[in-house]
Design a protein around this ligand. Structure first.
Ligand code: PAF
Length: 282
């Protein structure tokens, strides 16, 4: 596996692949790999001749009060894990090379997709995500890029940006990987104190509860959200950021649940660790 640090070197690698007629699948990441990342890398390996993984904790998608400096990092461990997953190129640039001093371009996806859910409590977050993913697509020129379904709004934003800007990259969504008890894997799970682990299960269990209620005939998003809020708050140290029922593609609020509806949740555990999860409930 090649480790590539500079965008110009990554562009050269991508051109070499194109010249040799080899297709590229990109897995964009912020590192601190877990099984979820590895399953994205393995999926990427089924989709193209070469797998490139970007490892970049992108500063522009963190708000001033967020966890940029504390975000977990372990390059050596990540390098070994990516290699074991069969990755050919690990692109790990410095922030100064991705955003030189004169950098002044931002890709903004409309408020229809970015104004609600995580976008409401993380202003500027999706502009940071869209900008860095657009840059990564230009640098790596992948045929296909694989993203996890756990970041449901991010996936919708990237799909829209890729279509709107005719970036010519196929976006593949990969199912959320979970612990045996249902907790969605996330690099941020490492922030949880052992006593908060049970509270973190409130998200996946709320999705299970919503499925039970819809199976029994409930279709009102308002009634479901009220029941789920009480359920989540019955776990210690939880504070709901949002419980939303939205259309899977447009992310517009759904008053009545149907097959196109996704339940999206964000919950703060212990005042600090913000976890997200989502799932269909019908
Ligand atoms: O999902 C992530 O890890 C990040 O938001 C991404 C897509 C790598 C952009 O920095």
């Amino acid at each position: 596996m090649q480790i590539i640090r500079h965008p110009a070197a990554m562009i050269a690698w991508a051109k070499e692949q194109a010249k040799a007629g080899r297709s590229i699948a990109l897995v964009p990441t912020m590192g601190f790999f877990h099984e979820g990342h590895l399953s994205l890398m393995r999926r990427a390996g089924q989709l193209a001749d070469q797998v490139a993984v970007s490892l970049f904790v992108n500063p522009t998608q963190f708000g001033p009060q967020e966890d940029l400096s504390a975000y977990p990092r372990n390059f050596e461990r990540d390098r070994a894990m990516a290699e074991s997953a069969g990755v050919q190129a690990l692109f790990a640039p410095e922030a100064a090379d991705m955003y030189p001093a004169e950098f002044c371009t931002t890709v903004t996806v409309g408020a229809e997709l970015t104004g609600q859910l995580c976008g409401a409590s993380r202003p500027g977050h999706f502009a940071g995500v869209a900008t860095v993913v657009c840059k990564l697509f230009q640098i790596v020129r992948p045929d296909v890029a694989v993203f996890g379904e756990k970041d449901f709004q991010q996936l919708a934003v990237i799909r829209r940006m890729t279509a709107d800007l005719n970036l010519g990259v196929e976006i593949v969504a990969h199912p959320t990987v979970r612990e045996a008890d249902g907790l969605a894997l996330s690099s941020r799970n490492t922030y949880l104190a052992p006593s908060q682990r049970e509270a973190a299960l409130s998200l996946s269990r709320a999705i299970t509860l919503a499925r039970k209620m819809t199976a029994e005939g409930e279709r009102s998003a308002e009634r479901l959200a009220a029941a789920l809020r009480d359920f989540i708050h019955s776990f210690p140290e939880t504070a709901v950021d949002y419980i939303s029922f939205v259309h899977q593609n447009t992310l517009q609020h759904a008053a009545e649940i149907d097959e196109q509806t996704v339940l999206a949740l964000a919950v703060k555990i212990g005042g600090k660790v913000r976890l997200i999860d989502n799932g269909k409930v019908l």
